[in-house]
Design a protein around this ligand. Structure first.
Ligand code: G16
Ligand code: MG
Length: 221
């Protein structure tokens, strides 16, 4: 039986994914790396330093900079990102998410956050969602980022649940791979081709309701 839900943040609860993309795009331009949709999609859910490595690799520049320079690039991207998210409010929560969270709480499901973002506590505050997420996986304590399952394994542990009792929710292929690897049920929000590995997929957040999830789980069973 499903007893808990483990949420990704960027792209599931709010579209910070758009701002991450903009900030990386600007850095890629400065580094002379061509920005493509494939690169943008591949970066979703990937940690800050791993994202920078992917961008440098895309431009065959992975050996061009020192560790110090790379840390400076990542810090610059983050400053830019923090400016972009500066004006976010609870109106930036994706449609259907507040009702879904309320429904989960009313049915006593356990909830936690499994975002790769070190900025997620700030964003939860801006969105006024801290009350739903007293439990947040700390990404700085993990050995490996998504697509490694570690973050979703840790999420289930923090909820005191077995992986098979948890549903993970993601907008990125790397995240779905992490949920599946953890032995949890995966829900993908977004594009069918990008999220073909998800156990259940919804085109948009408003389709994600307990009724629709229960129906999809019956079909899959
Ligand atoms: C998010 C984003 C990624 C971002 C990562 C790290 O993951 O999707 O694009 O690179 O967090 O974020 P930060 O630089 O803020 O620490 P998720 O897991 O919330 O989708
Ligand atoms: Mg995401």
């Amino acid at each position: 039986d499903i007893k808990g839900f483990i949420f990704d943040l960027d792209g599931v609860i709010t579209l910070t994914s758009k701002y991450h993309g903009q900030a990386w795009h600007q850095l890629a331009d400065e580094l002379g790396v061509t920005w493509t949709k494939a690169l943008a999609d591949g970066l979703k859910g990937i940690s800050r330093m791993d994202s920078l490595e992917m961008i440098l690799k895309a431009g065959n520049k992975e050996n061009d900079y020192t560790e110090e320079e790379k840390i400076r690039f990542a810090a610059k991207k983050n400053d830019n990102y923090l400016t972009l998210i500066g004006k976010m409010t609870d109106e930036d929560i994706l449609p259907g998410i507040p009702a879904f969270l309320k429904d989960l709480a009313a049915h006593n499901y356990k909830i936690c956050l499994a975002s790769a973002s070190k900025n997620s506590p700030i964003i939860l505050e801006k969105l006024d969602l801290v009350k739903y997420f007293p439990i947040v996986v700390d990404p700085s304590k993990l050995k490996k980022g998504k697509p490694d399952p570690e973050i979703y394994v840790r999420g289930a542990e923090l909820l005191h649940l077995k992986p098979e009792e948890c549903i993970g929710i993601e907008d990125a292929a790397a995240g779905i791979q992490a949920i599946n690897g953890a032995g949890e049920t995966s829900i993908g929000i977004g594009d069918a081709t990008e999220l073909s590995a998800a156990d259940i997929r919804f085109a948009r957040t408003t389709d994600m309701t307990l009724v629709n999830i229960e129906a999809a789980m019956k079909i899959n069973a």
